[in-house]
Design a protein around this ligand. Structure first.
Ligand SMILES: Nc1ncnc2c1ncn2[C@@H]1O[C@H](COP(=O)(O)OP(=O)(O)OP(=O)(O)O)[C@@H](O)[C@H]1O
Ligand SMILES: [Mg+2]
Length: 241
């Protein structure tokens, strides 16, 4: 569980968050959707404690936070196994056990037999698998994902989404994911929050019924609701200009 309450975040003269609040329940999968440059990554960075807000409170009972970025960000001089082990160094002093933990996860991320490969010997999709594996290997209680699949082609994107859902079944964790892809948000999350700015604010907060993921009518209605919230904001802004 986490709760951000009335936070303010400035970059110099630019106010990105002003009196912004958001609460995530335990094991909830929450997607943040919204236009570019309005503060979605900044919200993840506040949750990851990379950014400290100027005022307001950030309460979280999460001890292990994992962060997956748009690019895999693997260390090129390290093998797949070593890249995945990095996050375990501070959590487990036993090198033998760390290796075992990594090796147990390799088949789950579809990389059995590739542990000794270096990043430049992997395809784009395989690299992103390592980056997801590196996140899950620490058994996070809070998983943050910043547009993790946006650079992938459609087929690979679906593969990665399915991998994420499978891993989440075995390793339950509260999840916050930023995406520009409404269909991806509906497929993966329990709740979608649409934000707009500046400063960034919530313009729609909807829970996803499991039927809405499979039933075309529910899915279409939800898609329209999200699209219309985003378009309405653009129109209002246009009127003010
Ligand atoms: N370290 C920084 N220093 C100065 N300004 C920053 C910094 N990080 C972010 N910003 C500014 O804060 C605003 C919000 O940035 P942020 O990266 O959170 O947006 P975003 O919603 O994630 O955008 P995108 O969808 O394009 O990734 C932007 O105007 C950006 O220029
Ligand atoms: Mg961003």
């Amino acid at each position: 569980m986490f709760e951000i309450k009335n936070i303010e975040l400035d970059f110099g003269a630019l106010k990105v968050l002003d009196n912004f609040s958001i609460k995530g329940e335990v094991e909830q999968f929450l997607c943040l959707v919204g236009p570019s440059g309005i503060g979605k990554t900044s919200i993840l960075n506040v949750l990851a404690e990379i950014l400290k807000p100027g005022s307001g409170s950030v309460v979280s009972d999460n001890k292990r936070i994992a962060y997956v970025f748009q690019e895999p960000r693997l260390l090129p001089w390290m093998t797949v196994e070593d890249n995945m082990e990095v996050g375990l160094f501070s959590l487990d002093k036993d090198a033998h056990r760390r290796k075992k933990t990594v090796r147990q996860l390799l088949p789950q991320i579809g990389l059995e037999g590739f542990g000794h490969y270096y990043p430049d010997q992997l395809s784009g999709g395989m690299k992103q698998r390592v980056s997801i594996g590196r996140a899950f290997v620490i058994q996070p209680d809070l998983l943050l994902l910043d547009e993790p699949f946006s650079g992938l082609d459609e087929a690979l994107k679906i593969e990665m989404q399915d991998l994420l859902l499978t891993l989440k079944k075995y390793h339950m964790c509260t999840t916050v994911m930023v995406t520009h892809d409404i269909q991806e948000a509906i497929k993966l999350s329990d709740r979608i929050i649409v934000v707009d700015g500046r400063p960034c604010r919530i313009i729609l907060d909807v829970m996803i019924n499991p039927e809405d993921r499979v039933e075309p009518e529910g899915k279409n209605q939800l898609t329209e609701k999200i699209k219309s919230a985003l378009t309405k904001q653009k129109l209002i802004k246009g009127m003010n200009n």
